[in-house]
Write a protein that binds this ligand. Structure first.
Ligand code: SF4
Length: 91
């Protein structure tokens, strides 16, 4: 597993410690850890690629706002973009 996916997997099991940086209503699927989990699932073939997961992963406003609040320095939007680029490159 790449370093990108290892970091996303770590984030996927984090209880969204950065969540307090986002003061707006949101769905759980928009949280940084949810985006990380879905990205790992896509990259490992546990979820089929397609319009639906890509649409879910495009909702990154919360992850972008929470980036500075991550105590581990995880940049979810950048890592998701890197992982999606790696998936595309494998095809
Ligand atoms: S971005 Fe950081 S604080 Fe937020 S869920 Fe991921 S690892 Fe946890």
């Amino acid at each position: 597993m790449s370093a990108t996916l290892e970091t996303l997997r770590f984030c996927a099991f984090c209880p969204n410690l950065c969540r307090s940086a986002w003061a707006h209503p949101h769905e759980e699927g928009e949280t940084p850890s949810a985006l990380s989990l879905l990205t790992v699932a896509l990259a490992t073939g546990q979820v089929a690629d397609g319009a639906e997961p890509r649409a879910l992963l495009s909702r990154q406003d919360m992850a972008a706002a929470c980036r500075a609040a991550c105590p581990y320095g995880v940049d979810v939007p950048a890592l998701v973009a890197k992982a999606l680029g790696d998936i595309h490159a494998k095809r």
